[in-house]
Design a protein. Structure first.
Length: 151
């Protein structure tokens, strides 16, 4: 740290103002703040991850849902399966889901970009649906008045 302080101080001594003045100190603080924000600001805001989601035949999966973190932030893949997600913390994992495919969890830490994710086919099962011709059943979830025998 002292090495960095010495070089920054010697850098500012080359400017045409007094070396020990209050203006010099303020200018150095401003420069260091701007430098740190530019260098480390990208990590504070999170990283950008981009890639492609495909099936086993390397066809892009359109409309796949890519979500991350506990913020509820998500993106969708385009028609070719390409996606770009911003603001991902290195500790987050990407949760990838698509209709007709098994879900996949991808850890963001140490990801080599662009990432290519291949999803396996999955089956969809629906529970049994029973249709009942009973008006009382409809009234249980809807405040509706039905006439049984219209005139």
């Amino acid at each position: 740290m002292q090495y960095l302080r010495f070089h920054l101080f010697s850098f500012f001594q080359s400017f045409p103002f007094e070396a020990d003045s209050e203006a010099n100190l303020t200018c150095m603080k401003t420069f260091i703040t701007i430098f740190l924000v530019v260098v480390f600001g990208q990590n504070m805001l999170g990283q950008q991850i981009n890639g492609r989601i495909t099936d086993k035949k390397n066809h892009g999966i359109a409309g796949a849902l890519i979500s991350f973190g506990n913020t509820g932030t998500h993106e969708h893949s385009d028609n070719n399966g390409n996606f770009s997600v911003r603001g991902v913390n290195p500790e987050d994992s990407l949760y990838i889901t698509a209709l007709g495919f098994q879900s996949f969890i991808f850890p963001a830490k140490g990801a080599i970009l662009p990432i290519n994710i291949s999803l396996n086919k999955g089956s969809i099962s629906l529970n049994e649906v029973t249709i009942v011709p009973n008006i009382e059943a409809i009234k249980s979830f809807c405040k509706c008045e039905f006439v049984d025998q219209p005139r």
